[in-house]
Design a protein around this ligand. Structure first.
Ligand SMILES: *[C@@H]1O[C@H](CO)[C@@H](O)[C@H](O)[C@H]1NC(C)=O
Ligand SMILES: *[C@@H]1O[C@H](CO)[C@@H](O)[C@H](O)[C@H]1NC(C)=O
Length: 511
């Protein structure tokens, strides 16, 4: 066979193989789903047969996609959280992590009560690939064990501390910041102490409140022990990770962990008529403010809201604030909107500043469009994102303790040409890749399918025990040799000394 026909064959192979894919994405937080929704669409567009298990009904009539609603036994709207839910204190971060584990159980209940899931599991379909979300719950992992499919993990956030072990990913807290804190890779001694404690604490929470609880659920309701005959989590071939080293702190990743940060970003569209008119009709540019999709914007603390309005009123720019209710005391350069097409807005060249809670999707969109950011982190990974972005010129303020002067100065600094240039430079770095994040994801998914899970991408560390990984046995062994050597040397010295002493004594006696 010559090269040409081989090439033709590979092209044919590429275009012909339609994979049967199951995507398990039971998370009830829509932002987590929105990250990878375009990936499911793209897999279907490329001719793969995709079944999606999720609580978001958006895929019902998409060609090549079958949708299983996991939420049929648990119907209730996903409410936005009020902002006073998070007080922003240091200690509350430890409690928040425990809370995260508990909300994972909500997903288990949806699973348990769902008739759709029950009848779907009874179909006993076989798949080539199973794609699962890795986050705060184990309740859907039983399916991995029952199928002999190749498994792929998705993470809509940066690496959670407990995911590293499954992929043999380096995770030294001496320089790798933990997602639940507000540090980047420039940590003082005490910050490294806290980073290490949080890293260990989150692994502890995972072990007792996510893994064990999840396995009990799996045994009881799916009849699958996740650990019997090999840990299901250690059999995931590939992790697609929503991060990118240009704005997140750079860190080493195993070959089977692939950065696809920005995968949800599509080509921006022109703004709708009324918004376009406002944005284009603002000679000094626009400041866009939004606290994201999870927090209820109108639960913004009242005193701070007044302060923001006051500071906005002295600016020349138009301020557009995403706010669900009405605001009465608006100065004439400030207006509110219930809903704004965020990416289209951010990529409009007349938008000069983004005031954001620092959610990952919002942050990535602003990075992509090259807009300077004023960040007001509230919970989850927002503090962590803000800490990372600070290194690229963003400013992060503590919403509850900042004052008028600090707010105004920060906004003024972010509106300078220097800040605009920083943001444009970061956008260039973020967007400069050999393949788009979507093509990267599809490439690696088809790659692990083609090579039956590509076990050769796995580093050996996943098979080592902790004492081997930490080299405790090697260090112990070397210490033993040094000790034995030292003992031997000492004994010889003593012997020599004794002999010499005896000789000299004998000599003295002779004289
Ligand atoms: C996709 O898979 C489902 C479930 O296994 C099957 O019922 C359906 O016919 C398949 N669709 C296509 C287009 O192959
Ligand atoms: C692990 O995954 C491979 C495919 O990558 C599959 O063939 C195998 O059955 C799985 N093993 C277990 C114990 O689930």
């Amino acid at each position: 066979m010559n090269i040409k026909s081989l090439l033709l064959l590979t092209i044919l192979f590429k275009n012909c193989v339609s994979l049967k894919i199951l995507a398990l994405y039971p998370n009830v937080m829509i932002s987590h789903y929105l990250v990878f929704e375009p990936l499911f669409h793209e897999l279907a567009n490329r001719g793969h047969n995709v079944t999606i298990v999720s609580s978001f009904q958006k895929e019902q009539n998409y060609p090549n996609i079958r949708f299983i609603d996991v939420n049929d036994g648990n119907k209730k709207p996903h409410e936005m959280l009020p902002m006073n839910f998070f007080n922003g204190g240091r200690i509350s971060k430890y409690f928040e992590l425990y809370q995260l584990a508990r909300t994972g159980l909500e997903i288990c209940n949806a699973y348990k009560n769902s008739k759709n899931i029950k009848s779907f599991l009874e179909e006993n379909n076989k798949y080539d690939l199973i794609i699962v979300e890795l986050f705060n719950t184990y309740c859907h992992f039983g399916v991995l064990k029952q199928n002999k499919a190749v498994n792929i993990g998705l993470s809509s956030t940066d690496m959670l501390p407990w995911m590293n072990q499954w992929f043999g990913n380096p995770e030294n807290p001496s320089y790798i910041p933990t997602l639940f804190l507000d540090y980047n890779d420039e940590m003082t001694f005490l910050q490294r102490v806290e980073n290490t404690l949080m890293w260990a604490y989150s692994k502890f929470i995972h072990e007792y409140w996510i893994a064990q609880v999840g396995n009990e659920f799996s045994k009881k309701h799916l009849g699958v022990d996740l650990y019997e005959g090999g840990d299901a989590l250690y059999n995931i071939s590939l992790l697609l990770l929503n991060r990118h080293f240009t704005y997140h702190t750079p860190r080493p990743l195993s070959p089977n962990v692939i950065e696809v940060g920005g995968i949800h970003i599509k080509k921006p569209k022109p703004l709708p008529g009324n918004l376009a008119k406002i944005v284009e009709g603002s000679p000094n540019g626009v400041i866009f403010m939004s606290m994201g999709s999870t927090l209820k914007g109108s639960s913004f603390p009242e005193a701070q809201r007044k302060m923001f309005i006051k500071v906005f009123s002295v600016l020349k720019q138009t301020v557009i604030w995403k706010w669900e209710d009405e605001m009465k005391d608006l100065p004439k350069n400030v207006l509110t909107q219930k809903w704004i097409p965020q990416l289209d807005m951010l990529c409009h060249p007349n938008v000069k500043l983004f005031i954001t809670q620092g959610g990952l999707l919002s942050t990535q969109e602003a990075v992509h469009c090259g807009v300077p950011m004023l960040m007001l982190p509230q919970f989850a990974d927002q503090h962590y994102n803000a800490a990372a972005l600070k290194k690229t010129g963003a400013i992060a303020l503590k919403l509850r303790t900042t004052n008028e002067e600090e707010l105004l100065n920060s906004i003024k600094k972010l509106l300078t040409a220097e800040s605009a240039n920083n943001a444009k430079e970061l956008a260039q770095l973020f967007n400069d890749r050999p393949m788009s994040p979507m093509d990267t994801a599809i490439y690696w998914i088809e790659y692990v399918a083609k090579y039956k899970g590509a076990p050769f991408m796995r580093t050996k560390v996943t098979d080592l025990s902790y004492y081997q990984y930490l080299l405790l046995d090697v260090i112990g062994f070397l210490l033993l040799i040094v000790a034995a050597g030292a003992y031997l040397l000492l004994t010889i010295l003593k012997l020599v000394k004794k002999l010499l002493f005896k000789k000299s004594v004998a000599k003295l006696k002779k004289q």
